[in-house]
Design a protein. Structure first.
Lengths: 222, 211
């Protein structure tokens, strides 16, 4: 019988080793898997590469990992949210590697990884310093930049509802990066606000369970 | 010189947004345009984090922490709204489905080059967000900005000195002092803020204004 549920975030993240690359869903505080991030911070895995749109606020979520010195590299599009003091502190002190790319390129590189594609040409960033040293091509008279797939070892996902098959449904703007990260990582772990004891209505499923390896209940909202 | 304040400026931009348009408003000053859309025009606002038909802030106590806009502030969803993930949201932007984006700027050049994501200050981490995707895919890019920076230097220039967000992407610039189009010959005057003289505004501009 397929049952991907585990009892809590601690067991859900137990297999994430030092040096892992970890995608983290969320935009602002919506859709951030705070339960899984806290479990990872408590466990103390180190030398992590964190891939997420933002870099956390105050001392919560990703910012807590940064504060505790567990992050070697951040890959994101917008690390300068008001309150992202720990990223700015680590960056200014040269204690962290930072890779910044356009938000749509970040999402589409994940999609390419999840969809088995070797990359794509995008007009985004053409003619800017973010295209330096990248392959370019004129397509229909417009400049495009070649971008490669972006996979990860793990993805930490936040969803509203899930069932034991790993099917997920989301709430409002908490969806954001969560579905595409679930596709892109080799092992995707979800915390769900409600763990449904009955199968989700197939018409409501946004992330099919094939993309999810483990899920656990976590009822706390941001 | 006479200066349009932020609300007057937002109202001036809103006048140019037609009925039925799908519009993305950048963070900061552009966000004020939402409240200034003239009555009777049905304009659908897009927020890059995954919502179409974005509504105003909810009443106190009605906030949903998982219903926010690109500025990370609580919002509401209007009738006809939809939620979607990042790949769909950026397909709307890059794929030319959004009609108009209203953005802020550090600098705009006379050829339409836009710089609004990074300065030359190395102490702060760079942060690009969705700006480059918007200018790459949205056909009409409108800019709301101050005409001069805090030190009184022009922000409208022959060439940008800050890193570009996109080359030759701006359609029209709305500043506190004037409204200018990007035309083949450079900045072309649309209107001066009432009470201003052209030579005063030209003196505050780092490139020729064509009339």
């Amino acid at each position: 019988m397929i049952d991907k549920t585990v009892p809590d975030p601690v067991q859900a993240v137990a297999a994430i080793p030092d040096g892992a690359s970890v995608m983290v869903g969320g935009f602002g505080n919506a859709g951030i898997p705070f339960g899984l991030l806290n479990a990872l911070a408590d466990r103390g895995a180190r030398d992590l590469t964190i891939i997420s749109n933002n870099a956390g606020e105050a001392e919560a979520g990703i910012a807590r990992l940064l504060m505790q010195g567990q992050v070697r590299k951040m890959v994101c599009s917008y690390p300068r949210t008001p309150g992202s003091v720990w990223l700015q502190r680590r960056y200014a002190a040269g204690e962290i590697e930072l890779e910044v790319m356009p938000q749509g390129t970040l999402a589409e590189r994940m999609r390419a990884a999840g969809a088995g594609l070797g990359g794509f040409f995008t007009p985004t960033g053409f003619g800017t310093m973010l295209a330096d040293n990248k392959e370019t091509r004129m397509i229909d008279g417009r400049g495009h930049v070649f971008e490669t797939p972006l996979p990860a070892d793990f993805a930490l996902i936040r969803a509203e509802t899930g069932d034991r098959w790993g099917n997920l449904a989301f709430h409002a703007t908490a969806r954001n990066f969560n579905p595409v990260m679930a596709m892109a990582a080799r092992c995707s772990i979800a915390e769900v606000r409600h763990l449904s004891t009955t199968p989700l209505d197939p018409e409501r499923v946004v992330t099919p369970g094939i993309f999810i390896d483990r899920l656990c209940p976590y009822e706390v909202r941001p | 010189m006479n200066r349009r304040n932020e609300i007057e400026l937002a109202a001036r931009v809103a006048r140019d947004i037609p009925d039925g348009a799908y519009v993305n408003l950048g963070i900061g000053k552009p966000g004020r345009v939402a409240a200034q859309i003239p009555a009777g025009r049905d304009v659908i606002l897009h927020s890059e984090n995954g919502i179409l038909a974005l509504g105003p802030a909810p009443a106190a106590g009605q906030e949903d922490p998982e219903l926010i806009d690109a500025s990370k502030r609580p919002v509401t969803a209007l009738p006809g709204a939809s939620y979607f993930g990042q790949t769909d949201s950026f397909a709307m932007m890059r794929g030319g489905h959004i009609d108009i984006a209203v953005l802020g700027a550090f600098q705009v050049a006379e050829n339409g080059d836009l710089a609004n994501w990074a300065t030359l200050d190395q102490r702060h981490p760079p942060a690009v967000g969705g700006a480059m995707d918007l200018v790459a895919g949205v056909p009409t890019i409108l800019i709301i900005m101050d005409h001069l920076d805090r030190d009184g230097r022009p922000k409208l220039l022959r060439r940008c000195t800050y890193p570009l967000t996109g080359p030759a992407v701006v359609a029209r610039v709305y500043t506190d002092l004037a409204v200018l189009d990007i035309a083949p010959e450079g900045f072309r005057l649309v209107e001066l803020t009432p009470g201003n003289a052209l030579d005063e505004v030209q003196a505050a501009t780092g490139a020729p204004i064509h009339v």
